[in-house]
Design a protein around this ligand. Structure first.
Ligand code: AGP
Length: 366
């Protein structure tokens, strides 16, 4: 214990803090009377925000994966075309900067050089860019035209957990706000607000399953190589799960869209290569179960991250079930167990969980 409040590692402390850090990012921002969201830091009024025809999200690493989930939320809920791109790529490819695109820079540290330079390039060319940033007063926060602070509190472990979760909440707040000044109904606003309010307690329930998750992680840590698969809302979850495992356990993990398995990666599936499959209880459940059968037919070991009450039928798997939320918010709760899988896999292998080799907490260089 070195300043981590009785937790063996900062990463563990930060995972455990999530119910509180989610409460903080929601605090004062939900308007239950008008079923909408108040984002005072945006510095753009409804008339200006209604002009945007596209949303483009820029971030690096896990922040980029959060951006991918955020883009899906915004497009699905607010019905504005949205996508995410690594800021590290965007800044080098001379992209067309559009006046009616809302650019969003997302960063825990607010100091990631690639993201900062992307913001500066956008501003030089007249782009409107807001920040979804955790560190108050950081370079990216100062450079943006307003934004949404994530209030996750200081994050010390190199592997991001609570900041990433608050990024997902931040995008939900932004998407709901953009939606409620367009076509989203009060009833849909209320449905999503109720779901947001339920998150802290639902996260507590997932964290209470830690012993089970540790046992599954011990098993997974034996495999030199793993697949993480998910589709649509589940795909950024799979990417983040693979990234977290790679960062701290040094195991090779690769994320695919479940729908792409049969277009190539299935060739590798067999008894030696476990797959962690993200299978929410959504409109694609039947299709996902079909993909699991393909894996089982090739004797691929399976860990299925799904919702309470889902019946996998005859598919043999370690099952990790999370509480149900509203479908648009699924990525958030499905990501939490993957943090603990990565943490316990790294512990099993005896690695320095908080300071993995070759990585820095914030990449402030070219
Ligand atoms: C997260 O686990 C990683 N260490 C890394 O991908 C990180 O998310 C990325 O470097 C971006 O950092 P930022 O959020 O501080 O900009």
């Amino acid at each position: 214990d070195y300043g981590s409040d009785g937790h063996a590692h900062f990463m563990h402390k930060e995972i455990a803090e999530q119910p509180d850090s989610v409460r903080r990012v929601l605090k004062g921002r939900l308007d239950e009377r008008f079923h909408t969201v108040r984002l005072g830091g945006l510095e753009m009024d409804a008339r200006e925000l209604r002009e945007f025809r596209r949303v483009k999200i820029l971030g690096c690493g896990s922040a980029y994966y959060a951006g991918q989930a955020g883009a899906q939320f915004i497009e699905e809920v607010a019905r504005i075309p949205a996508d995410a791109e690594p800021a590290s790529e965007f800044r080098y490819r001379n992209p067309v900067i559009e006046k009616d695109t809302l650019y969003v820079a997302v960063s825990q540290s607010g100091e990631t050089y690639d993201t900062l330079v992307a913001v500066q390039e956008l501003k030089r060319k007249g782009g409107r860019v807001i920040g979804l940033v955790n560190a108050v007063g950081s370079s990216i926060a100062r450079e943006c035209d307003g934004g949404v602070y994530l209030h996750a509190g200081p994050e010390v472990a190199v592997a991001s957990t609570k900041a990433l979760t608050n990024m997902l909440v931040g995008f939900a707040l932004l998407g709901l706000h953009l939606g409620r000044i367009r076509d989203v109904s009060p009833a849909d606003g209320r449905r999503l607000i109720t779901a947001l309010q339920a998150l802290p307690e639902q996260i507590e329930r997932i964290l209470a399953d830690e012993d089970h998750l540790a046992a599954v992680a011990k098993d997974l840590a034996q495999a030199p190589s793993l697949f993480f698969v998910g589709r649509t809302r589940g795909f950024p979850v799979a990417r983040e799960g693979a990234q977290k495992l790679k960062e701290i356990s040094y195991r090779h993990a690769e994320a695919y869209q479940t729908s792409e398995l049969k277009h190539g990666p299935l060739a590798l599936v067999g008894p030696e290569l476990p797959t962690v499959a993200i299978v929410p209880d959504d409109e694609l459940l039947e299709r996902n179960l079909g993909a699991l059968q393909e894996i089982t037919a090739r004797s691929g070991p399976l860990v299925v991250v799904t919702h309470d009450g889902v019946d996998l039928g005859v598919v043999p798997a370690h099952v990790i079930a999370v509480p149900k939320s509203e479908p648009e918010l699924d990525p958030l709760l499905l990501t939490i167990p993957l943090q603990l899988l990565a943490y316990h896999a790294a512990l099993t292998l005896g690695h320095d969980v908080d300071k993995p080799r070759n990585l820095a907490k914030s990449v402030t260089v070219e």
